[in-house]
Design a protein around this ligand. Structure first.
Ligand code: RIB
Ligand code: CA
Length: 299
């Protein structure tokens, strides 16, 4: 059992990753922390609350975090994820976010769970960086940080930079140099695991989780009629937490460019270092795991 806090910017693929997490008995979810990125913080926080409500887990706390990066401003992903950050409207909820802000929530979880807390970071790393800067002893209380981010072949914001890292490169450098064991699952693998427009296996289920995921992705294809497939970046990262053995890794020192035309570029010196870079994955098995964990077990 892994005790986790999921830092997220829902976001359509975050939403699918959250469905997986809620259906995974291997994970003890202490809470979600939200960050700007795919959408404004107000939208990502509302989406997190509404997703938990729709999935029958409204008691999981959601702590709102950063509305801007350590430096500058986020470049939102509304064009990709839809207005409001999701491709479908979700029923508003009465409750609001947790009393603690995200960084404090992460610090509090680290102190109470002890050295077994795993952070899963699915958005820009601003909240995680704030928590590490505010409470340095957190580095001793985290088992690892599993990060969806980075690209070593080609970016998705610029030819060099992946969205999460591009949106807060300074925070990424704080996290990668913190001394906490990092597992980095990037775009190079995220692009290999996808739902095809003409595939039906992701659209057929009849449980709450399967139907919600299918609704989100079907509407995404309507929003992007020219695209043949939907990349499962955040869901693949959850697969990396649930079944790390599906991946191949190489240790590295990873730094991030913070200025100039290559801002957000992740640079790795492979061989040794605190970052375990996922360099390969069993694509079919990982995709099957994503589909399997969309299925909400009968209550
Ligand atoms: O580059 C893909 C990442 O950026 C995913 O986490 C997606 O949700 C966006 O946040
Ligand atoms: Ca995300």
């Amino acid at each position: 059992m892994a005790t986790v806090v999921i830092d997220t910017d829902p976001g359509t693929d975050d939403a699918i990753a959250l469905i997986m997490a809620l259906n995974s008995p291997e994970l003890d979810i202490r809470g979600l922390t939200t960050v700007g990125g795919n959408a404004r913080l107000t939208h990502t926080t509302a989406n997190a609350l509404r997703l938990l409500d729709r999935l029958g887990r409204p008691r999981i706390p959601v702590a709102a975090g950063a509305s801007r990066p350590l430096r500058g401003a986020y470049e939102y992903g509304y064009g990709f994820h839809g207005s409001g950050g999701l491709t479908i409207p979700l029923r508003p909820v009465d409750g609001g976010p947790h009393a603690l802000r995200a960084a404090e929530f992460i610090i509090d979880a680290g102190a109470s769970v002890g050295p077994d807390l795993t952070l899963i970071a699915l958005g820009p790393l601003t909240n995680v960086a704030h928590a590490l800067q505010r409470r340095p002893e957190l580095t001793m209380q985290l088992r690892e940080i599993v990060v969806m981010g980075g690209a070593f072949e080609a970016g998705n914001v610029t030819p060099y930079a992946e969205f999460n890292i591009f949106n807060d490169p300074a925070a990424a450098n704080v996290v990668f140099s913190s001394g906490v064991p990092i597992t980095l699952i990037g775009l190079d693998l995220g692009r290999q695991v996808a739902f095809g427009k003409d595939q039906q296996d992701w659209a057929e289920g009849d449980t709450v989780g399967e139907q919600l995921a299918a609704e989100i992705v079907r509407e995404w294809f309507d929003l992007h009629p020219d695209l043949p497939s939907y990349d499962l970046c955040d869901p693949l990262t959850l697969a990396g937490v649930i079944e790390p053995g599906l991946f191949r890794y190489t240790q590295a020192e990873v730094t991030v460019a913070t200025t100039g035309p290559r801002t957000g570029e992740t640079r790795a010196v492979f061989g040794s270092g605190p970052v375990k870079v996922a360099t390969g994955v069993d694509v079919d098995a990982a995709r099957a795991l994503v589909i399997d964990r969309l299925k909400t077990p009968e209550a």
